[in-house]
Design a protein around this ligand. Structure first.
Ligand code: EPZ
Length: 444
């Protein structure tokens, strides 16, 4: 039999040893799946996490609906309970009462697993005048510092120090109340914008955040705070103005849909050459994503106010640079890389938001992709098909990319590291199975 030229990637890629003998539960996916039907998009994880922290600002009942069932939501609930907050979950509805905060310290063991738990520092500080929150630490995608959060709180009049891995923040004088000011963010950090915005809601006077993040989740948090009586203007633009008030009141608020989950399912339709309908989406949150899918060769139709249809086409390579909103979202970079891996021609993907968010390249190459990494750039040379293989998920969005690659690949893909997937996708397997994908969890 003649030797077949095998497409090895140009760079030697360190690959994870996935031939482990542990009895870890894995996800088996049988590829070349054709999808059909429609999928309801769940509430936005990154809105829910920030809004749950924001509920600390309110000393009475809050009802938040459209909360997705995710491991990260469970962890944030544990953080709030450790602080004395009462929570009752009923389906997608979360009733929260933060009247009695019994501790100003978030537990280290949970904070170290969920970066978003750092979001409680702003509400705790502005409500109580003191807060002790462990540093969230880095993760697979980067160092994830919190210097912009800390500098913002200091600008609002807090004394902040870091001792034994914990951020200690307190307000001396003025009855422990923060004082509004003008704050310029060196980078439009989503988390820092949210921390400062929440802290400023109960501060004395006006706060202006310049170079603020414009992400829809920031707007959702601002709308949630305003529904409790906060006075916030300009959310969604680079300048947010907050006029401090003395006290907030209860609210009944619904979270926006998850644009990253929506983008993930649009890629599922494209990579499986299948027409799909997504319901409960907000199309204007997906402008950059829709533009790129059209460049790649798909048609996207808005069928109803909150409904998108993807009609696949011949896939062609393109270039993607991740940027703060409204630029292309970093949280969809890995998923689009899986799609571009089987698109005709070359693509260049530049990850500018996080310094280490290309771990999925090695695993996609294990499936026959031809991707070369140089710094924070990946050159993707499209191949006609991927081949199923055992692969290791390294972070939340990389795990989604590997599932998408498994849907398109020939044969069986076994995805390990499902703890990453469960953090951020509500019932992903059930939704994919309903669309026609043959996949199952197996504990060997
Ligand atoms: C939020 O993280 C999201 N997480 C991330 O989603 C998302 O990727 C990111 O925003 C960007 O859109 C949540 O909302 C819970 P950043 P966040 O502060 O707030 C640097 C997912 O997969 N930076 O905008 O941590 C930072 O290191 C997750 O759902 C500082 O240098 O993101 C990064 O390079 C992943 N100092 C850049 O800014 C700081 O004080 C963007 O970070 C803060 C951030």
């Amino acid at each position: 039999m003649e030797d077949k030229a095998i497409n090895f990637p140009l760079n030697s890629t360190k690959t994870n040893n996935v031939n482990s003998t542990t009895n870890e539960t894995v996800l088996e996916i049988w590829g070349r799946a054709s999808l059909q039907g429609q999928v309801k998009i769940s509430g936005a994880k990154n809105s829910a996490l920030a809004i749950m922290a924001g509920a600390i600002l309110c000393p009475t009942d809050c009802r938040i609906s459209n909360i997705p069932s995710l491991v990260d939501i469970g962890r944030m609930s544990q953080i709030l309970q450790a602080l004395g907050v009462k929570l009752t979950r009923n389906g997608d509805i979360l009733d929260i009462n933060a009247r009695d905060i019994v501790s100003q310290e978030a537990p280290y063991d949970i904070v170290s697993q969920l970066r978003a738990s750092f979001f409680v520092i702003g509400p705790l500080l502005t409500r109580l005048g003191v807060a002790r929150v462990p540093l969230p630490g880095g993760c697979a995608i980067g160092a994830r510092p919190v210097d912009l959060h800390v500098r913002g709180l200091q600008a609002l009049g807090a004394d902040v120090m870091i001792e034994s891995g914990t951020v200690l923040a307190g307000v001396k004088g003025r009855g422990g109340r923060l004082k509004g000011t003008k704050i310029y963010l060196d980078y439009p950090s989503v988390g820092a914008t949210e921390t400062i915005m929440m802290a400023a809601t109960l501060a004395e006077g006006e706060t202006i955040i310049e170079n603020a993040a414009c992400e829809p989740e920031v707007v959702d948090l601002a709308n949630f705070c305003c529904s409790m009586g906060a006075k916030i203007k300009g959310a969604g633009t680079q300048t947010i103005t907050i006029a401090g008030v003395d006290r907030l009141h209860s609210t009944d608020y619904s979270i926006i849909p998850d644009r990253i989950e929506a983008g993930t399912f649009l890629v599922a339709g494209a990579i499986a050459n299948s027409e799909l309908v997504l319901t409960h989406v907000i199309p204007e949150h997906l402008s950059a994503v829709i533009a790129k899918l059209k460049e790649i060769g798909c048609q996207i139709r808005q069928e109803d106010l909150n409904c998108l249809r993807i009609i696949p086409g011949h896939l062609r390579g393109t270039n993607i640079e991740t940027l703060p909103f409204p630029g292309f979202p970093t949280d969809l970079q890995a998923q689009f890389m899986a799609l571009l891996a089987v698109s005709e021609g070359d693509s260049l993907i530049s990850e500018t938001v996080f310094e280490n968010r290309l771990h999925h390249v090695a695993e996609l190459n294990r499936m026959g992709a031809n991707i070369y990494v140089k710094g924070n750039h990946a050159i993707v040379r499209g191949v006609p098909f991927l081949s199923g293989a055992p692969v290791q998920a390294t972070d939340l969005r990389a795990s989604a990319a590997l599932v998408l690659a498994g849907i398109a690949a020939r044969g069986k893909t076994v995805v390990r590291g499902l703890q990453h997937l469960d953090r951020g996708y509500e019932n992903l397997e059930g939704k994919l199975r309903n669309l026609g994908v043959n996949l199952q969890r197996v504990t060997p």
